[in-house]
Design a binder for this molecule. Structure first.
Ligand SMILES: Nc1ncnc2c1ncn2[C@@H]1O[C@H](COP(=O)(O)OP(=O)(O)OP(=O)(O)O)[C@@H](O)[C@H]1O
Length: 257
């Protein structure tokens, strides 16, 4: 399997205090994080609250720039020499956020929401409309959903809308940050199975970030355990979760029982 997305020696810190006469102390959020996801593979990233999962997701999609280290897409740097995410790569990496309610603009129709990632593309109006219809069909929403508003849908349906928006650019990799955490357990299973079907159909890769080990076990081929901004353990999901080597992994497993 060839590597699709790779992070090398990522470092990121934030200033702890907003303003100070002296240079404020900085808190390290990510330290020397290296990982990769191959084509058609799902990498789970698990860690407790504050371990750096969301920051890492944002760096992998290009929303945040790492202080040190780099992200590569198909072996090429994600950013150009000016530090901007390369325009040709942007459509290939999409993100699904946690909160389906907050992530969807309540004033926009589903058509506007799903079409939004196509704004910067040279596709014709007809092709954009065709893509929206296809994406809604892919996530098993009726095509007439396009003219409705987010409030008219359940939590699970809103997360399908977020998935449709991620699919509309025909990405190679989707970074899902706590994508099913706001859903009840049975809706979680339906959405996870939908994501796995889409992976088989379109050969997608996922980086699936979650604090929930049951979710990670369900969907991930490999898992990386994040603790205090470092990866402390990584390997095939079954071996890491059934035979944990690191105390952090054991503590996460104990806490989930
Ligand atoms: N912009 C920022 N300013 C200040 N602190 C930040 C900032 N971004 C992240 N942090 C801190 O970095 C740490 C990691 O945050 P991050 O949101 O990446 O963790 P997380 O694992 O996703 O946590 P959670 O599961 O609670 O969302 C936290 O202690 C957080 O407070």
């Amino acid at each position: 399997m060839s590597i699709l997305l790779e992070a090398r020696h990522i470092q990121f810190s934030v200033s702890e205090h907003k303003s100070s006469f002296f240079a404020p102390p900085r808190k390290t959020v990510l330290q020397d994080v290296s990982l990769h996801v191959a084509e058609r593979e799902t990498l789970g990233i698990v860690g407790s609250s504050g371990s750096g999962k969301s920051t890492l997701s944002r760096i992998l999609t290009g929303l945040l720039k790492p202080e040190k280290g780099e992200v590569l897409f198909q072996g090429q740097a994600l950013r150009d020499t000016a530090g901007q995410v390369r325009k040709d790569v942007r459509p290939h990496i999409q993100m699904i956020f946690q909160d389906p309610q907050g992530a969807l603009d309540p004033r926009q129709t589903i058509r506007q929401i799903v079409k939004e990632p196509l704004h910067q593309t040279p596709l014709s109006t007809e092709e954009k409309e065709r893509r929206v219809r296809q994406a809604l069909t892919d996530v098993a929403l009726p095509v007439d959903a396009a003219d409705r508003y987010p409030r008219m849908f359940s939590g699970g349906q809103r997360q399908r809308i977020a998935i449709a928006r991620a699919l509309v650019t025909r990405p190679s990799v989707i970074i899902a940050d706590e994508a099913v955490s706001a859903l009840d357990v049975s809706t979680q299973a339906v959405v996870l199975n939908l994501l796995m079907d889409l992976q088989n159909r379109y050969g997608l890769s996922y980086i699936f970030v979650s604090h929930d080990l049951a979710v990670i076990r369900h969907i991930s081929h490999r898992v990386a355990v994040l603790d205090g901004g470092r990866i402390v353990e990584t390997g095939p999901t079954v071996s890491v979760l059934d035979h944990p080597q690191h105390p952090t992994t054991r503590a996460l497993i104990d806490a989930s029982l």
